[in-house]
Design a protein around this ligand. Structure first.
Ligand code: PEP
Ligand code: MG
Length: 599
């Protein structure tokens, strides 16, 4: 997989912009055709709209006025500060004034208004955004620090555009492809999905939580598009190809036609799959594999129900932090939420994972100092065990929800036995309390652990007698096994789900589970990759929990395969020395039995 971004141009018809193709990493399949909207780091985007040539002079004047007003305000601030604290402190504003009067910046904005035919505030924003991005990429801490000052002044200028700058056409309210440097999972979860048709980011990777959410919502996404924020012009017509990882600006009529056709073909395959939604997921030689769904927020429930998933294999409860700051909602609120999921999914089961904050996800009561290695630090069960009051509330809420449907619970980031014992001890304590309080719950709630730290996979035989099931979190298991940050595009090509070490750990986990009479599922992104379904079935997995949009494809893949054939292939895969060879083995069965489903 290519980690860098390749950009190439092909000439379009004279008089039109040339087509520019950026190549990144495909992170969520699908095709979006819409204008782009670029959001910059540090300050918020103003409205953007096209202007007539006859309006250029007026827009340039509006820009000059905004600069004048800002200058007056800064000088006023400077003199007030001088009165209070003497000259030294006020020097900062002088620097700010110099910044906005910088001839290079002013000249570029005036030219941008004329060339781009876009409103003054947006032209200013785009010029400043490029300038700031360029500064952020210089490895000089002093310059990087100064970006905050520049953002401040730029924000002030943006506020000072005259009142007649009222938006005539606000892109974020229309359907668009969002281009950003990076997006936090919270940005993705809260985006307006009716308007955002696609996501294109410079940072991120296939296994970041942002990409996982994009796939859950069925929004095409491409990550690792180096330089896109600086170079892409807002409102440019574009195509986002989430299958091959391309962002195409100013597509030629031929390219557009090709993509419209591809989009229709994909829609046809999707509707054929939908017709089989909810059908049993059994291999042709009779091995049943449960296909369930992963969810982050309850808003995904309708998607899950429509998908035909037989339950929820992973409910990432840390996303409850989205609307609650840095604290989990209280016990009653959590109970209400979990009970709703349990009720709506009944008679199928819902596996509720206790809080896995930290890493690239939402922080819970963050530590006072930033962590040097967040993925190796304060996350998962470590946070819960160190915050017994919070942990207790969550366990009680999960138990209380078990009275309303079929609920299981599991613990994330388990690295050894003592964490399992301590967690189970908390479950026992909460059960005793609820019993004494006369509050209903299911005393046989299954308790499982995630196998996502290599130590847990290696000690799976010790953990298995203690729990009711294993759920392999391949996203983290891969990152920790091959020491590759799951969200870093620079090392994305080293992030290989079929690395022999990963396959061996999965096999070891499943064998330990089988020896102890418990089942193993996979809830990492690997479970939804239908190129790998033959391999995972062959290794002996019994449940695949995937994004709601992947349920029907994975179900159809299972129905097309023979377990015996997959097992023979995976035996061979376990002897293979190279990731690509293992992938090819699995892919050859996938091609043979359901080639039409592959991207
Ligand atoms: C995983 O690590 O594979 C997993 C499912 O957990 P998360 O992606 O939430 O870390
Ligand atoms: Mg994980």
């Amino acid at each position: 997989m290519e980690s860098g971004c390749i950009k190439y141009k092909s000439m379009s018809k004279p008089g039109t912009e040339s087509e520019v193709i950026y190549e990144g990493i495909p992170a969520s399949p699908g095709i979006a055709i819409a204008p782009v909207h670029v959001i910059a780091r540090g300050f918020s985007a103003p409205e953007v709209y096209q202007i007539e040539e006859s309006e250029v002079a007026r827009e340039q004047e509006r820009f000059r006025q905004a600069i004048e007003i800002t200058k007056r305000q800064l000088l006023e601030l400077q003199s007030r500060l001088e009165d209070l604290s003497g000259e030294n402190e006020s020097g900062i504003f002088e620097a700010h004034v110099m910044m906005i009067e910088d001839r290079a910046v002013v000249g570029r904005v005036l030219t941008a208004i004329e060339n781009r035919l876009q409103n003054a505030e947006y032209a200013f924003y785009a010029v400043m955004q490029n300038f700031l991005e360029a500064m952020r990429r210089i490895p000089d801490p002093y310059l990087r620090e100064r970006t905050a000052d520049i953002e401040d002044v730029a924000q002030r200028v943006l506020r000072n555009f005259s009142p007649d700058s009222e938006a005539r056409h606000q892109v974020p309210d229309d359907r668009h492809i969002l281009v950003a440097y990076d997006l936090a999972p919270s940005d993705t979860a809260s985006m307006n999905r009716r308007h955002v048709l696609g996501l294109a980011t410079e940072q991120g990777s296939v296994n970041s939580h942002t990409a996982i959410l994009a796939r859950a919502f069925g929004v095409p996404a491409v990550v690792g598009l180096e330089g896109a924020v600086i170079e892409v012009l807002a409102l440019a017509p574009a195509i986002l190809d989430g299958y091959s990882g391309k962002l195409i600006l100013h597509p030629t009529p031929e390219t557009l036609e090709r993509y419209r056709k591809l989009s229709d073909e994909k829609a046809k395959v999707r509707s054929e799959l939908e017709a089989k939604r909810g059908a049993a997921t059994e291999t042709i030689d009779g091995r049943a594999i449960t296909v369930s769904a992963n969810i982050e927020i309850v808003e995904e429930l309708p998607l899950v129900k429509r998908s035909g998933a037989k339950g929820i294999g992973l409910y990432r409860t840390e996303f409850l932090l989205l609307n609650n700051g840095e604290e989990m909602p209280d016990e009653n609120q959590q109970t209400e939420c979990y009970a709703r999921v349990a009720r709506e999914m009944a008679p199928h089961s819902v596996i509720i994972r206790t809080l896995d904050a930290g890493g690239d996800k939402l922080p819970v009561e963050p530590l006072t100092e930033p962590e040097p290695n967040p993925f190796l630090g304060w996350r998962g069960i470590r946070v819960s065990l160190a915050r017994p009051a919070m942990f207790r509330e969550q366990i009680r809420a999960i138990l209380r929800a078990s009275a309303f449907g079929k609920v299981a619970m599991m613990f994330p980031m388990i690295s050894g036995l003592s964490e399992v014992w301590r967690s189970k001890e908390m479950v026992r304590r909460c059960m005793d309390e609820l019993e004494k309080e006369g509050i209903a719950f299911d005393p046989n709630v299954p308790v499982g652990v995630m196998i996502e730290v290599p130590a847990a996979a290696l000690c799976a035989d010790m953990l298995a007698p203690e729990v009711d099931f294993f759920s392999i979190g391949t996203n983290d298991l891969i990152q920790y096994t091959v020491a590759v940050d799951r969200v870093n595009p620079h090392v994305a090509d080293l992030y290989r789900p079929t690395h022999p070490a990963v396959i061996r750990l999965i096999k070891r986990t499943i064998d330990a589970a089988t020896d102890n009479g418990i089942w193993t599922g996979i809830c990492g992104e690997m479970a939804g990759d239908i190129r790998l379904t033959p391999l995972l079935i062959g290794l002996g997995v019994e449940e695949l929990s995937v994004g709601p949009q992947q349920v029907s494809g994975v179900g159809q893949a299972i129905r097309s395969l023979s377990h015996a054939e997959c097992a023979a292939m995976s035996d061979e895969a376990l002897r293979h020395t190279r990731s690509q060879g293992i992938l090819d083995l699995s892919l050859s069965l996938a091609r043979k039995h359901y080639g039409e489903l592959l991207d």
